[in-house]
Design a binder for this molecule. Structure first.
Ligand SMILES: Nc1ncnc2c1ncn2[C@@H]1O[C@H](COP(=O)(O)OP(=O)(O)OP(=O)(O)O)[C@@H](O)[C@H]1O
Ligand SMILES: [Mg+2]
Length: 273
């Protein structure tokens, strides 16, 4: 994995939809704005947001209900288009991509996990996970084998042939995570992925996110109301009144800050000698 804060030059590979090594942030939003109309009354939950996310970062987005967390994630995933402003993936403006390239970005570059899993209840766990591969034209046998491998990674190998509707909420969310990652995206977006779960299942699902984030070198953005879980991200950003501001200090941040401080101190001492 490229170090989080250094990168080389990059482009969006047209054939795979993946970002190639990059010198720039993997994701960047520039003056991003989204206005909805409820009748003639405008609501602008995303109101001029600038954001840079480095490859490998795990970001938590917090904010009150209705603040615009889902709206922002949808803009980043190209599931919705901004009223103005731009989202860049690996230096490429999403607005500049042709429809086929945008479809590739949605299907291959980004994996999305919703608060409610949106699984097809009458299909097996493996069939649900295989769905994105089948939609891309992969042969069913190969797609199912790949899906079973992903179910193993999320700890559900033994439930692969079970209908999704018969699984518990936590298990269904694991299937949804496997489905989001089956195309090996660079970016994982999760919209309150633990919102419907009890405390223990929420903890287990968050641990799974952390493990997959590391082992697959993902860049992850999670919207959550759970501040205890949010603090475990590299950065917490708070969305309020349409603006994004640095949120609560995380242990990871504090440790990085302490290391920078120690570096600065030793440089000063060095200079004095
Ligand atoms: N398609 C839409 N049409 C009209 N208004 C919308 C639409 N989508 C979102 N909104 C409004 O935009 C605002 C932000 O909504 P959003 O769902 O992004 O908030 P949120 O932070 O995700 O909230 P929650 O924590 O409850 O999920 C809300 O006022 C919502 O009603
Ligand atoms: Mg939401």
């Amino acid at each position: 994995m490229a170090s989080r804060h250094t990168s080389t030059d990059t482009a969006l590979d047209g054939s795979t939809g993946q970002a190639v090594e990059t010198l720039q942030p993997i994701l960047r939003a520039e003056n991003l704005r989204k206005t909805f109309y409820s009748g003639s009354h405008p609501i602008t939950p995303v109101d001029g947001i600038d954001l840079e996310i480095e490859r490998g970062e795990m970001i938590a987005i917090v904010g009150p209900s209705g603040a615009g967390k889902s709206t922002l994630l949808h803009l980043v995933a190209a599931l919705d288009t901004p009223t103005s402003g731009e989202v860049y993936f690996a230096g490429n403006s999403l607005a500049s991509l042709a429809e086929a390239e945008l479809a590739k970005y949605r299907n291959r570059s980004v994996g999305f996990v919703w608060q409610r899993h949106h699984l097809l209840p009458d299909f097996t766990a493996a069939e649900n996970v295989a769905m994105p591969l089948l939609m891309e034209g992969k042969a069913p046998g190969e797609a199912l084998r790949t899906a079973e491998g992903w179910l193993e990674q999320v700890g559900l190998a033994s439930r692969a042939r079970q209908n999704a509707g018969a699984l518990s909420g936590g298990e269904q969310q694991r299937v949804a995570i496997a489905r989001a990652l089956v195309n090996e995206p660079a970016i994982l977006l999760a919209d309150e992925p633990t919102g419907d779960l009890d405390e223990r299942s929420a903890e287990e699902i968050f641990e799974l996110f952390e493990r997959l984030h590391r082992s697959h070198h993902l860049t992850s953005i999670l919207a959550t109301h759970n501040l205890a879980l949010a603090r475990r991200a590299d950065r917490v950003l708070s969305l309020q009144r349409g603006k994004l501001t640095p949120g609560i200090e995380t242990p990871a941040r504090a440790a990085a800050g302490a290391a920078r401080l120690a570096d600065a101190e030793s440089n000063i001492l060095e200079d004095r000698r």
